[in-house]
Design a protein around this ligand. Sequence first.
Ligand code: 13P
Length: 261
Amino acid sequence: MRRKFIAGNWKMNHGPAATSEFFNKFTAELKEAGDVLEAAAKGTEEIALFVPAVSLLTAVNAAKGTPVIIGAENMHWEKSGAFTGETSGPMITEIGATHVLIGHSERRHIFRETDEELNKKVHAAIECGLVAVLCVGETLEEREGGKAFNVIKKQFAEGLKGIDGDTLARKMIIAYEPVWAIGTGKTASDADAEEVCGFIRRLAKESFCENTADELIILYGGSVKADNTRGIISQPDIDGVLVGGASLKADSFMQIIKNAL
Ligand code: 13P
């Protein structure tokens, strides 16, 4: 049985003050949520928040004593050096964060990050002990042009170049986020999301082996809300969700976590 992984991605929202405010409410709600705490203790459901670099320290401190995992939203592949404005993997681990998002569609499309650069980031993350959440997904134009599966296949193959099956299954997570469903209110139907997540699992089997495919955690992201979580999470190849807007408020994120149990 694969564990569930319920994650929020705050994007460029919530500086340190708003982060403290969120955690004050969220940890109070968590204390009352016995079923969530039990699932986290048993390891059947993991809860994570990916927060802006400037809020990582506040989030790590606020999450102490709770099962909440804290991750960064991006990193550079070099450990240090003349890369003004960037954050390295060792800087993220020094703060106490354990996970990192790599290749979110906003990084790919707004900041023009390439598969080659993302592959370097994946290697750098794993080398410094971070769990790398590699995001893949097609644009509306690519979907309507019948290219969705080819796009996912390329992002998967190039992002994972040089990574072995054990590393993929144990130190990585794949998140499928169709670009057309992000921040638009248009969720992929449960069947659409399952079709692509199932395809990703088959890619893992063909590129690595059956065990890797069976163990790999695959998430869906794109307009996930409390009321569509149950349908998405009950799909056989979807193990969790990556939530944008609905993770910014403690009560709506908590409701998603509960609905995913
Ligand atoms: P929304 O949930 O706001 O659509 O964002 C999804 C996303 O990009 C999470 O990484």
